[in-house]
Design a protein around this ligand. Structure first.
Ligand SMILES: O=C(O)CCC(=O)C(=O)O
Ligand SMILES: [Fe+2]
Length: 223
């Protein structure tokens, strides 16, 4: 995989991860053979372990879901082990995903494979004005690491068209992506209190401990 020569650093790129014929076969499976949740906007199907948004870990209530046959050849082999979690998402035209960083505590490496129509993904450095659009072209496998993974948010705007760098306007069409996540061994040590759930939790815990200490000291004084 080659790294894109842009800010944020840490976007690795492999075009033609699958052939156009393979992509068409997959899209046909996605359209006709899968049971999608009955909702509008972006839809997701999970394989492997399921993420628990309450604990930021694996949801012990939901059993491991084996990778289906169509997914097996699409699993990256560059991390030394298969990902613990895989998510197939469908984006109807006009849908998107709000800016976010994928949880630091739960996940380490992140990859995403794009299929169907291209779409602009916006990377944003914290809450600053620094924004960079990356065109997610179909059949490309992207890896996010370093700054792109930890210190910039990423998202896809909800809109019907994308305006490209050359000024041309491109209509959104059906898009699918597969995101792959490897669980982190040990805690994230990046220390970014603005974006890292580990740093936030530690900060919160420390604050809480301090206020408890202050309270007990105050109580002791008042006694
Ligand atoms: O659809 C994509 O390419 C990326 C989706 C994403 O950022 C996520 O699921 O966390
Ligand atoms: Fe994400």
């Amino acid at each position: 995989m080659k790294e894109l020569a842009i800010e944020p650093r840490g976007i690795l790129w492999e075009e033609n991860f699958i052939s156009p014929e393979h992509e068409q076969q997959l899209i046909s499976i996605f359209r006709h053979e899968l049971d999608w949740p009955d909702r509008t906007g972006r839809q997701s199907l999970h394989y492997g372990y399921t993420f628990d948004y309450k604990t930021f870990g694996i949801d012990p209530e939901i059993p491991y879901k084996e990778f289906p046959d169509w997914l097996k050849p699409l699993i990256p082999t560059t991390e030394g082990r298969p990902p613990e979690q895989v998510c197939l998402q469908y984006y109807p035209p006009g849908s998107g995903i709000p800016p976010h960083v994928d949880a630091h505590m739960a996940y380490d490496q992140l990859y995403a494979l794009s299929m169907g129509a291209p779409v602009l993904m916006q990377f944003r450095k914290g809450k600053t004005e620094e924004r960079v659009d990356v065109d997610l072209t179909p059949r490309t496998m992207m890896q996010m690491k370093g700054d792109a993974r930890l210190h910039w948010t990423h998202g896809i705007k909800k809109r019907k068209t994308d305006t490209l760098a050359d000024g041309s306007v491109r209509l959104r069409e059906d898009r699918w992506s597969i995101t792959y996540r490897w669980l982190r061994e040990g805690e994230c040590e990046c220390g970014n209190v603005e974006l890292c759930d580990v740093a936030q939790r530690r900060n919160g815990v420390e604050k809480e401990k301090r206020s408890l200490k202050e309270l007990t000291e105050k109580d002791a004084l008042e006694e």
